[in-house]
Design a protein around this ligand. Structure first.
Ligand SMILES: C[S@@+](CC[C@H](N)C(=O)[O-])C[C@H]1O[C@@H](n2cnc3c(N)ncnc32)[C@H](O)[C@@H]1O
Length: 186
């Protein structure tokens, strides 16, 4: 059955229902400002790219799946764990905002999926530490699991404000949360 966010995203011309997660997070935490440079990790099919562009920010998207190109959007095809991909990201210089909606292909094994999600979140955090500007913002999807608190505590050392939140558009049965980290201290 098609849910209200999926229906709305089709009506409003967005590429995925997950668009409403970023819209919610951005309204609540004012993550992205006009002219900001934004890195979107795990950007396929591109609904977050659409929002970032609508906010008049500059964006570089990264995914292991090829997106349908979008005017004004730069895209890197590759896996975030590959050095080559990270090298290409760094060639764009520093960013004001790093977003990660990276998600593993679910295997049905809850623990394995949580571990893989944590790995991807950790990679996103490492990339953010490398490329964020001072006072920059970081958002990262993560599945709640055993090492969730530890990951959150790590992030707290580097940002002035850190909160884990679940947007309305995130399905109730899903264990995903979004970590919002504002004001990079380095
Ligand atoms: C939930 S989707 C992102 C949806 C996107 N935010 C949007 O609104 O259009 C998660 C994405 O993470 C990507 N992904 C998962 N593992 C990855 C990896 N190791 N490297 C790059 N991309 C990866 C998947 O290909 C998938 O497109």
């Amino acid at each position: 059955m098609i849910d209200k966010f999926a229906r709305r995203s089709r009506e409003e011309g967005y590429r995925a229902r997950s668009v409403y997660k970023l819209i919610f997070l951005n309204r609540k935490y004012r993550l992205i400002k006009r002219n900001d440079k934004v890195l979107d990790l795990g950007c396929y099919p591109g609904s977050w790219l659409q929002v970032i562009k609508n906010l008049n920010a500059n964006v570089v998207g990264v995914d292991k799946k090829q997106i349908i190109s979008m005017p004004g959007v730069r895209f890197i095809l590759g896996k975030v764990e590959d050095e080559k991909t990270v090298g290409k990201i760094k060639s764009y210089g520093k960013f004001d905002v790093v977003l990660s909606d990276l998600a593993p292909n679910t295997s049905g094994n809850k623990q394995l999926d949580q571990e893989r999600s944590l790995e991807l979140s950790q990679i996103a955090f490492n990339v953010a530490k490398d490329v964020l500007n001072h006072k920059g913002n970081f958002v990262c999807k993560i599945f709640q699991g055993r090492e969730f608190e530890e990951f959150l505590n790590q992030i707290k050392k580097y940002f002035h404000f850190v909160k884990a939140t679940k947007p309305e558009a995130s399905k109730k049965k899903s264990r995903e949360m979004y970590v919002v980290a504002l004001g990079y201290k380095i």
